[in-house]
Design a protein around this ligand. Structure first.
Ligand code: ADP
Ligand code: ADP
Length: 226
């Protein structure tokens, strides 16, 4: 059974149809990438998956269960948006702990132990008391990832997490995200407009165009790589 399935999802806004009869599924443990040009419906798809939007038509399932109208808090999902929305007036540790505002940490650990564990996981040991506004873009994005992972979700959604970074940092963070995904065995749905990035990180790629999935498959199959 897939962890995620979209069954004929349409999202109609007053002025636009963002996605139309969208059908795809994501298997447990997969690194699944939605790729396509700006405006093709990637962010809307991620917002529907996270529960920040409800579909106009169709059914969203998580582990087979219909969650179409369910709010984000009821879904076991970590989300990292394009512009890492860290709270500037909070320390790094407080930002990560915010991910535990509505949920207890997994395992028998305190919130502060969990924060330390996560900062270590993303390569930011000892950053607890740092000011997030004094960090590099890559470091901030890693704090956002730590926050998303704090409750131990089984699904991680990443919306263009590297778009604000330079090429060298992008490459580094890309490798780190992949390693993290393998280490945690977490399912990842990743959004990018960058075909090269999709090719480098994904188990499978869904190529989107005009609110629909045009092609789904391994990067090799989709991009005819040797
Ligand atoms: P992408 O992430 O691929 O750039 P989006 O999902 O953001 O695409 O947008 C898909 C289409 O839906 C675009 O035409 C966009 O303008 C439109 N759209 C997205 N969100 C809204 C909204 N809240 N209200 C109206 N139109 C929207
Ligand atoms: P992206 O290009 O990554 O989809 P955008 O900057 O286009 O991001 O969109 C950011 C936010 O604005 C999203 O929450 C999206 O739903 C909303 N949005 C996008 N297009 C429109 C639109 N035409 N009207 C209203 N809201 C929109």
């Amino acid at each position: 059974e897939p962890i995620v399935s979209f069954e004929g999802i349409t999202k109609q806004y007053a002025t636009a149809t963002a996605v139309e009869e969208l059908t795809f599924s994501v298997q447990e443990g997969e690194f699944f990438t939605l790729v396509g040009p700006s405006g093709c419906g990637k962010t809307t798809t991620l917002r529907l998956l996270g529960g920040f939007e409800s579909p106009s038509e169709g059914v969203v399932r998580l582990h087979g269960e219909d969650v179409s109208g369910a709010p984000p808090e009821s879904r076991d999902i970590g989300v990292v948006f394009q512009n890492y929305a860290l709270f500037p007036h909070m320390t790094v540790a407080e930002n990560v702990a915010y991910g535990l505002k509505f949920q207890e940490p997994p395992g028998n650990v305190s919130k502060s132990e969990r924060v330390t564990e996560l900062l270590s996981l993303v390569g930011l040991d000892g950053f607890e008391e740092r000011d997030p506004t004094a960090l590099s873009g890559g470091q901030r994005q890693r704090v956002a990832i730590a926050r998303a992972l704090a409750p131990g979700p089984d699904l991680l959604l990443l919306d263009e997490p590297m778009s604000a970074l330079d090429a060298r940092l992008r490459e580094r963070l890309r490798v780190e995200i992949q390693a993290l995904q393998e280490e945690l065995g977490i399912t990842t749905v990743y959004v990018t407009h960058d075909q090269e990035e999709a090719l480098a990180v994904s188990d499978r790629v869904a190529v989107m165009q005009d609110g629909q999935v045009e092609q789904v498959g391994t990067p090799r199959a989709v991009y005819h790589e040797p």
